[in-house]
Design a binder for this molecule. Structure first.
Ligand code: ZN
Ligand code: ZN
Length: 371
């Protein structure tokens, strides 16, 4: 299904929500500046890498440079656009507009670099504007996905499933890790998507590297092979990991696999609104502990998924935020035994009112690939 099959998201409503959040509290700034590309995309539909949304309680402006002039006019609808003149410092234009809107204090998101904030402060001081931190209000809104966004992740997940299906013929001796990774990327690009992150394809002992880069190593009989990849399709990401065995699995391989699969299934069953993410992470650790493998699980259970592949708080041991219906998360337990190999299985889920729905459908049972 293409993005056009669903009505465009209601950007104006998202901005209205943000306004209520930032201007409704105690001591709000007069204006806020949103400049993270993911947040601009969420609030306006702008797909460029450089722009700024200025909002006061009752006005808004979208600023960008000449390189995005045409694009901003076609993508950013219903907001007056201000183009920074060539050769003029962007922050100077920005702070002038802040003053024109009658604002004396400007709230900035906490995702900005220290150098970026320093440069803005300097320009703001010249214009008599004070810069204040406002934390991450857009990220908070983005944690819970609306119907449009869930449909987008669903499409991206379906493409990841199709990609996994497509590369199965490469799970055979003599195929190099990087040929598998390249085929994954090529297939997703051919369907109009981008890799959501650098594709992982590792084999043999290298499967003990949770984030190993693909090499020229060729698959051999008896190898574990782990692929971890995601499609960014129409602005939203999926993230899928599967581990297979080339030929017949050994008893030890099957033991590791079954333990990870049990952890995965127990966690998916346990996901429910109201529970903090870390409570689900603890279940994975408990299951792996039972199998004597807890020490080999060296990362969080899962992350939030959306416009970015790490889209906010998720299911790690650090996540205290209670789950809410509409959150989209990965569930990805793994064990990594140095010198032997590792297993990770990753599913994408959306939290529902009563539990969760799994969005990725590639088989999770251990595949023994005979080539
Ligand atoms: Zn992944
Ligand atoms: Zn992931």
């Amino acid at each position: 299904m293409s993005a056009s099959a669903l009505a465009a998201p209601n950007y104006a409503e998202r901005r209205a929500q943000l306004r209520r959040q930032v201007f409704g509290g105690k001591h709000p700034p007069d204006a806020v500046l949103i400049n993270s590309p993911a947040n601009l995309y969420y609030l306006t539909g702008f797909t460029g890498s450089f722009g700024a949304l200025l909002m006061t309680p009752d006005t808004e402006r979208f600023l960008t440079g000449g390189i995005y002039a045409t694009q901003a006019q076609s993508e950013v609808l219903g907001i007056p656009i201000v183009l920074n003149p060539t050769l003029k410092e962007f922050n100077a234009t920005l702070t002038e507009v802040v003053r024109e809107l009658g604002a004396r204090t400007l709230g900035v998101e906490s995702g900005n670099s220290v150098a970026g904030v320093q440069a803005l402060r300097k320009a703001a001081r010249r214009a008599g504007v004070r810069v204040l931190p406002i934390g991450t209000p857009v990220e908070k809104l983005r944690r819970v996905k609306d119907e449009y966004e869930i449909a987008r992740v669903r499409d991206a997940a379906a493409l990841a499933d199709a990609t996994f299906q497509h590369i199965q013929r490469l799970f055979q001796p003599e195929v190099a890790e990087w040929d598998i990774a390249m085929e994954i990327d090529f297939y997703m690009r051919r369907q109009g998507a981008y890799p959501a992150f650098d594709t992982i394809a590792v084999s043999g002992e290298r499967t003990a590297l949770p984030h190993g880069k693909p090499t020229e190593r060729r698959l051999q009989k008896g190898d574990f092979v782990t692929v971890d990849f995601g499609a960014k399709l129409n602005g939203y990401c999926s993230d899928l990991t599967r581990t297979v065995v080339i030929g017949k699995a050994s008893a030890e391989q099957r033991r590791l696999y079954d333990a990870v699969l049990e952890a995965l299934e127990r966690c998916i069953t346990a996901i429910k609104p109201g529970k903090p993410g870390k409570q689900i992470d603890a279940i994975a650790r408990m299951v792996l502990e039972k199998h004597g493998l807890a020490d080999y699980f060296g990362h969080g259970l899962g992350h939030s998924l959306g416009i970015l592949v790490h889209d906010g708080s998720g299911l790690s041991f650090r996540d205290k935020t209670p789950l809410e219906a509409g959150m989209v998360l990965t569930v990805e337990p793994g064990v990594y035994v140095p010198g032997f190999g590792g297993v990770r299985i990753e599913q994408d889920v959306v939290v529902t009112e009563t539990g969760c729905e799994v969005l990725t459908h590639a088989p999770v049972e251990l595949m023994e690939c005979e080539g």
